[in-house]
Design a protein around this ligand. Structure first.
Ligand code: YYY
Ligand code: MG
Length: 142
Protein backbone atom coordinates (compact mmCIF):
# COMPACT_ATOMS: atom_id res chain seq x y z
CA UNK A 1 0.00 0.00 0.00
CA UNK A 2 1.12 3.51 -0.74
CA UNK A 3 0.85 6.73 1.20
CA UNK A 4 -2.02 8.66 -0.41
CA UNK A 5 -3.79 11.98 -0.01
CA UNK A 6 -7.55 12.33 -0.09
CA UNK A 7 -10.00 15.22 0.19
CA UNK A 8 -12.49 15.23 3.03
CA UNK A 9 -15.29 17.70 3.72
CA UNK A 10 -17.22 18.01 6.96
CA UNK A 11 -20.58 19.11 5.55
CA UNK A 12 -22.89 21.87 6.90
CA UNK A 13 -25.05 19.44 8.92
CA UNK A 14 -22.07 18.07 10.86
CA UNK A 15 -20.59 21.56 11.41
CA UNK A 16 -24.01 22.66 12.76
CA UNK A 17 -24.06 19.62 15.09
CA UNK A 18 -20.69 20.73 16.54
CA UNK A 19 -18.96 17.40 15.82
CA UNK A 20 -15.89 18.64 13.90
CA UNK A 21 -13.58 17.43 16.66
CA UNK A 22 -15.32 14.04 16.94
CA UNK A 23 -14.83 13.50 13.21
CA UNK A 24 -11.19 14.66 13.28
CA UNK A 25 -10.60 12.25 16.14
CA UNK A 26 -11.82 9.34 13.99
CA UNK A 27 -9.38 10.27 11.23
CA UNK A 28 -6.49 10.48 13.69
CA UNK A 29 -7.37 7.24 15.52
CA UNK A 30 -7.40 5.46 12.15
CA UNK A 31 -3.88 6.74 11.37
CA UNK A 32 -4.84 9.51 8.94
CA UNK A 33 -2.98 12.81 9.29
CA UNK A 34 -4.63 16.19 8.59
CA UNK A 35 -2.10 17.88 6.31
CA UNK A 36 -4.26 20.86 5.22
CA UNK A 37 -7.49 22.34 6.61
CA UNK A 38 -9.82 25.31 6.23
CA UNK A 39 -13.34 26.36 7.19
CA UNK A 40 -15.31 28.14 4.50
CA UNK A 41 -18.83 28.86 3.31
CA UNK A 42 -18.99 27.54 -0.26
CA UNK A 43 -20.38 29.80 -2.97
CA UNK A 44 -22.88 28.45 -5.48
CA UNK A 45 -20.10 28.33 -8.11
CA UNK A 46 -17.68 26.50 -5.80
CA UNK A 47 -20.28 23.84 -4.91
CA UNK A 48 -21.41 23.37 -8.53
CA UNK A 49 -17.81 23.04 -9.72
CA UNK A 50 -16.87 20.63 -6.97
CA UNK A 51 -19.82 18.32 -7.73
CA UNK A 52 -19.71 18.82 -11.53
CA UNK A 53 -19.71 15.03 -12.10
CA UNK A 54 -23.28 14.95 -10.71
CA UNK A 55 -24.69 17.93 -12.62
CA UNK A 56 -27.12 15.83 -14.69
CA UNK A 57 -28.53 14.04 -11.63
CA UNK A 58 -31.94 14.95 -10.25
CA UNK A 59 -30.51 15.56 -6.78
CA UNK A 60 -27.92 18.11 -8.03
CA UNK A 61 -29.85 21.34 -7.20
CA UNK A 62 -30.65 20.06 -3.69
CA UNK A 63 -27.05 18.94 -3.21
CA UNK A 64 -25.71 22.37 -4.17
CA UNK A 65 -28.32 24.11 -1.98
CA UNK A 66 -27.35 21.92 0.96
CA UNK A 67 -23.61 22.35 0.50
CA UNK A 68 -24.00 26.16 0.43
CA UNK A 69 -26.43 26.25 3.38
CA UNK A 70 -23.73 26.80 6.00
CA UNK A 71 -19.99 26.56 6.64
CA UNK A 72 -18.00 23.42 5.86
CA UNK A 73 -14.56 22.27 6.97
CA UNK A 74 -12.34 20.99 4.19
CA UNK A 75 -9.22 18.91 4.83
CA UNK A 76 -6.62 16.89 3.01
CA UNK A 77 -5.89 13.61 4.78
CA UNK A 78 -2.66 11.70 4.29
CA UNK A 79 -1.79 8.12 5.16
CA UNK A 80 -1.45 4.56 3.96
CA UNK A 81 -4.40 3.71 1.70
CA UNK A 82 -6.00 7.04 2.71
CA UNK A 83 -8.65 7.12 -0.04
CA UNK A 84 -10.25 3.75 0.73
CA UNK A 85 -9.64 4.09 4.47
CA UNK A 86 -11.51 7.41 4.61
CA UNK A 87 -14.43 5.92 2.61
CA UNK A 88 -14.51 3.04 5.12
CA UNK A 89 -14.58 5.45 8.09
CA UNK A 90 -17.38 7.45 6.39
CA UNK A 91 -19.76 4.53 5.70
CA UNK A 92 -22.35 4.27 2.92
CA UNK A 93 -23.81 7.37 1.22
CA UNK A 94 -27.22 6.59 2.73
CA UNK A 95 -26.77 6.62 6.53
CA UNK A 96 -29.53 4.00 6.85
CA UNK A 97 -27.18 1.60 5.02
CA UNK A 98 -23.99 2.72 6.75
CA UNK A 99 -22.16 0.22 8.97
CA UNK A 100 -22.56 0.86 12.72
CA UNK A 101 -19.69 2.92 14.07
CA UNK A 102 -19.07 4.79 10.82
CA UNK A 103 -19.21 8.60 10.68
CA UNK A 104 -22.41 8.60 8.63
CA UNK A 105 -24.12 6.01 10.82
CA UNK A 106 -23.33 8.11 13.89
CA UNK A 107 -23.74 11.69 12.63
CA UNK A 108 -25.72 11.82 9.35
CA UNK A 109 -29.44 12.47 9.33
CA UNK A 110 -30.36 11.59 5.72
CA UNK A 111 -28.89 10.70 2.32
CA UNK A 112 -28.51 14.37 1.43
CA UNK A 113 -27.41 15.68 4.84
CA UNK A 114 -24.84 12.94 5.25
CA UNK A 115 -22.13 14.62 7.33
CA UNK A 116 -19.01 14.06 5.23
CA UNK A 117 -17.54 13.88 1.75
CA UNK A 118 -14.54 11.76 0.77
CA UNK A 119 -12.79 11.33 -2.58
CA UNK A 120 -13.71 8.01 -4.22
CA UNK A 121 -10.60 7.33 -6.38
CA UNK A 122 -7.01 8.43 -6.90
CA UNK A 123 -8.08 10.62 -9.83
CA UNK A 124 -10.86 12.34 -7.87
CA UNK A 125 -8.58 12.77 -4.83
CA UNK A 126 -6.00 14.58 -6.95
CA UNK A 127 -8.61 16.85 -8.53
CA UNK A 128 -10.45 17.52 -5.27
CA UNK A 129 -7.37 18.28 -3.13
CA UNK A 130 -6.21 20.73 -5.83
CA UNK A 131 -9.73 22.23 -5.97
CA UNK A 132 -9.36 23.54 -2.42
CA UNK A 133 -5.64 23.69 -1.66
CA UNK A 134 -2.59 25.07 -3.43
CA UNK A 135 0.58 23.02 -2.95
CA UNK A 136 1.99 25.53 -0.44
CA UNK A 137 -1.12 25.15 1.77
CA UNK A 138 -0.40 21.43 2.24
CA UNK A 139 1.94 20.49 5.09
CA UNK A 140 2.99 16.87 4.72
CA UNK A 141 4.66 15.00 7.55
CA UNK A 142 8.35 15.86 7.42
O1 YYY B 1 -19.46 9.82 -2.67
P1 YYY B 1 -20.72 9.91 -1.83
O2 YYY B 1 -20.85 11.23 -1.12
O3 YYY B 1 -20.89 8.75 -0.88
O4 YYY B 1 -21.97 9.80 -2.82
P2 YYY B 1 -22.17 10.29 -4.34
O5 YYY B 1 -22.92 9.22 -5.05
O6 YYY B 1 -20.88 10.74 -4.94
O7 YYY B 1 -23.16 11.53 -4.20
C1 YYY B 1 -22.67 12.80 -3.76
C2 YYY B 1 -23.64 13.37 -2.77
O8 YYY B 1 -24.88 13.64 -3.42
C3 YYY B 1 -24.01 12.45 -1.60
O9 YYY B 1 -23.06 12.49 -0.56
C4 YYY B 1 -25.33 13.01 -1.18
C5 YYY B 1 -25.95 13.46 -2.48
N1 YYY B 1 -26.89 12.43 -2.99
C6 YYY B 1 -28.23 12.62 -2.75
O10 YYY B 1 -28.62 13.62 -2.13
N2 YYY B 1 -29.14 11.70 -3.20
C7 YYY B 1 -28.72 10.61 -3.87
N3 YYY B 1 -29.62 9.71 -4.31
C8 YYY B 1 -27.35 10.40 -4.12
C9 YYY B 1 -26.45 11.34 -3.65
MG1 MG C 1 -18.90 10.74 -4.40
Amino acid sequence: MAVERTLSIIKPDAVAKNVIGEIYSRFEKAGLRIVAAKMLHLSQEQAEGFYAEHKERGFFPDLVAFMTSGPVVVQALEGENAIALNRQLMGATNPKEAEPGTIRADFASSIDANAVHGSDSAASAEREVAYFFSENEICPRS
